[in-house]
Ligand binder design. Structure first.
Ligand SMILES: *[C@@H]1O[C@H](CO)[C@@H](O)[C@H](O)[C@H]1NC(C)=O
Ligand SMILES: *[C@@H]1O[C@H](CO)[C@@H](O)[C@H](O)[C@H]1NC(C)=O
Ligand SMILES: *[C@@H]1O[C@H](CO)[C@@H](O)[C@H](O)[C@H]1NC(C)=O
Length: 393
């Protein structure tokens, strides 16, 4: 009995360290094998003071098979944590910096500093110039948006990066003057003068049109009349567009097709529409109907299934929806109603806010800078430590 105990105590550290080493190796292989399996995109917002380091987040995202990440800036610590991972990045120029980018030299300097150093090891494939610019009342910003996009585009070309990085901007759905039925979709009258030349630019540059869509806002505004099944992708009879006879079983697709119609009405049939943000909050203020973990889980889970099915909208059935879920983490410093701080799939400690079948692994510490090369080395070190532990005991 006493001998067995001593024997156990002697072997325990060795077995523990060996198990950790094997786990590190196995996890890394599993992440590699699944990378790129499902084209899930996610918004990695950082308006918070309690988020894990980018190196740990790199592990989390890869363990979830996330293949596309969208940032609101071009955080070098994030981009550096994804070298050689194959994960595709959308980086952003914040609204506060858009006007400065009208100057070609500033645009060029921005790319040289924030994009070029990471290519091609980190796959930056798109730059968003501004976010939801037409939601605000800043007329100078609205007027500067297209010239800034043009400067960024020309700077990419001058640096030999044309065709490798798209240039666009992300809009909120309130650019729409009408969105129902989808075939009657039209931009707001005050937006059209800005939008017409932006569409010409996107068409020329072969860049996508990005739209942030939140069926949750429609539900929150009128919970008594907006059917929950229709906004949560649950079985329902749907709504038929009387002009096209197309049936919509969910609001998100109706919103996207209304944007296609609005673009078409301004003469363009050659621009892809992508969903740069969509999501559902898991918590809200008392007057924010529907902000619960149950509904958030239903919305996100059903959305992920449709992404996996590579489904298109009724108007473009053969073009799989291209979606960036909002958002990776709850962000505790976001202003506004409580829902704004509760869109995350994860709490900052890596615990899922609700279960949608996305398995994620947030490593407990920064044991590598997110580069896979360090992993076998770490495993070796752990095995060496195990051997030393064994020989000393
Ligand atoms: C972007 O704007 C912020 C805030 O005004 C400023 O501190 C920063 O230097 C700007 N960055 C660039 C690249 O212009
Ligand atoms: C913009 O201006 C209009 C009219 O002046 C006002 O109703 C609206 O609330 C303003 N929007 C913002 C975001 O400030
Ligand atoms: C740029 O956007 C177009 C249109 O959506 C797309 O076909 C192309 O693959 C994108 N380019 C890159 C480098 O991602």
């Amino acid at each position: 009995m006493a001998m067995a105990e001593r024997f156990g105590a002697r072997w325990l550290p060795f077995r523990f360290v060996l198990a950790v080493a094997l786990l590190v190796l196995v996890t890394d292989r599993a992440v590699m094998m699944r990378a790129g399996a499902t084209p899930i995109g996610i918004n990695y917002g950082q308006i918070a003071d309690n988020l894990p380091s980018p190196a740990r987040v790199s592990w989390l995202l890869r363990s979830m098979q996330v293949s596309k990440v969208k940032l609101y800036d071009a955080d070098p610590y994030v981009l550096g944590a994804f070298l050689d991972t194959g994960v595709e990045f959308v980086v952003g120029i914040g609204n506060e910096n858009v006007s400065a980018m009208v100057d070609p030299a500033a645009a060029r300097a921005w790319i040289q500093r924030h994009v070029q150093p990471f290519l091609p090891a980190t796959r930056i494939t798109c730059i968003t110039v501004g976010n939801e610019v037409f939601k605000g009342n800043d007329t100078e910003l609205k007027a500067n948006l297209l010239p800034a996009m043009q400067s960024v585009y020309q700077a990419l070309a001058a640096l030999g990066l044309q065709g490798r990085v798209n240039v666009t901007t992300a809009h909120s759905l309130d650019i729409m003057g009408s969105s129902f039925p989808p075939s009657a979709g039209a931009f707001r009258a005050d937006v059209v003068p800005y939008m017409q030349p932006i569409l010409s630019f996107l068409s020329m540059a072969r860049s996508p049109f990005l739209i942030n869509c939140y069926p949750y806002f429609a539900y929150k505004a009128d919970p008594g009349n907006v059917p929950l099944e229709y906004v949560l992708f649950q079985p329902n009879a749907g709504v038929t567009d009387t002009n096209t006879r197309l049936n919509y079983d969910n609001m998100l697709y109706a919103q996207v097709d209304s944007v296609y119609a609005a673009i078409q009405a301004l003469g363009h049939a050659d621009i892809d529409v992508k969903i740069s943000e969509t999501g559902w909050p898991s918590r809200g203020d008392p007057d924010e109907a529907g902000a619960t973990p149950e509904y958030a889980g239903t919305y996100t889970g059903n959305l992920l299934r449709r992404i996996e099915m590579k489904q298109g909208t009724p108007l473009r059935p053969s073009v799989p929806i291209d979606v960036y879920v909002f958002a990776l983490f709850n962000e505790n410093l976001k202003p506004g109603p409580a829902s704004e701080r509760n869109y995350g799939l994860f709490y900052p400690d890596g615990t899922p806010v609700y279960n949608v079948g996305l398995r994620g692994y947030l490593p407990p510490m920064d044991y590598s800078r997110g580069t896979r090369k360090a992993v076998p080395l770490l495993a070796l070190i752990l095995i060496a430590v195990a051997a030393i532990t064994l020989s000393l005991s």
